[in-house]
Design a protein around this ligand. Sequence first.
Ligand code: KG4
Ligand code: ZN
Length: 340
Amino acid sequence: MIVLGIETSCDETAAAIVADGKEVRSNVVASQIDLHKKYGGVVPEIASRAHIEHLDVVIEEALCVAGCDAHAVDALAVTNRPGLVGALQIGVTAAKTLSWAWRKPLIGVDHIRAHAISPMIDLDESPWPAVGLIVSGGHTSLFDIRSTVDIKLLGATTDDAAGEAFDKVAAILGLAYPGGPSIQRAAETGDASAIRFPRTMLKHGSLDFSFSGIKTAVLYHVHGHGKTSGGLAKLSPQDISDIAASFQQAVVDVLVRKTMLAVAKTKRSTVVLGGGVGANRLLRDSLQVICADHGLAFHAAPKPYCTDNAAMIAAHGYHLLRAGMTSDLTLDAYPTGSLV
Ligand code: KG4
Ligand code: ZN
């Protein structure tokens, strides 16, 4: 069964063709990073306009690379939550139009659920049930994933998402947007034990997260608490690398510890990792090592399916379609997710 996936929830215009929920025939992503870079973050109105300009070309390319046409497509899956509402509406309107014109079923997909199941793309065997750590620019969540359509939230961020913390700390350090890859690069030559930034665990046994404290700690470390500010100008490239490495280590420590706590609570024997921050090398390697030490299976989403893409939307759409969970032409866009 062939599903065309469409993704426009934030700053990536994406379309993909996926067969049977796992075989990715095309995965086209038009990134808007260059448009938003100078503002240090995503500007919603610019994102919506760019989606309008690029979406039809991106869909055509996805069909062309996969070597298929409208007749070969069995269904359309589109992200309809959570995200920037104006941006989501572009994808939802396009998918509804194609669903009506091609007379093919329409499936509304929750972006975070799609990130949660993305580690199964390219796997021969289904990894469920599993604990899922899904870390993106807008969300930091732990899930008990029992199947592709049965996902229970175990814990989530109470303030900044992990990716948001990477982006904000990169801005404090004068590093380029998006912050995750910039911090990872700077950290390569840094000493991760140079500064002991806080590891916020919240109350005993909690599976929730908080990353606003560490962001403030980095801000104070760079600028000082008062008028005696050091400031970015006084930091050497080595200082910046040390701060980046120490920050990255602190965030990864919290994510790994909480994931292992979720494993202990659920008694699952498999861990999966997805979302943009899931592309982080230290996080991938640390989870790999700790899972091996504890005899757990570990699957990280392949890197192209960590950051925003439509392959995961098509893959999740396939499973919803099989479960009869289709949408109709009243499908709307929502800023919030369906997992609470
Ligand atoms: O999943 P995603 O592409 O979009 C959302 O759904 O939010 O995640 C984007 C986030 C950004 O905050 C970006 O800085 C972060 O993922 N990110 C990384 C890395 N690559 C992207 N964070 C840490 N290390 C990376 N290598
Ligand atoms: Zn995402």
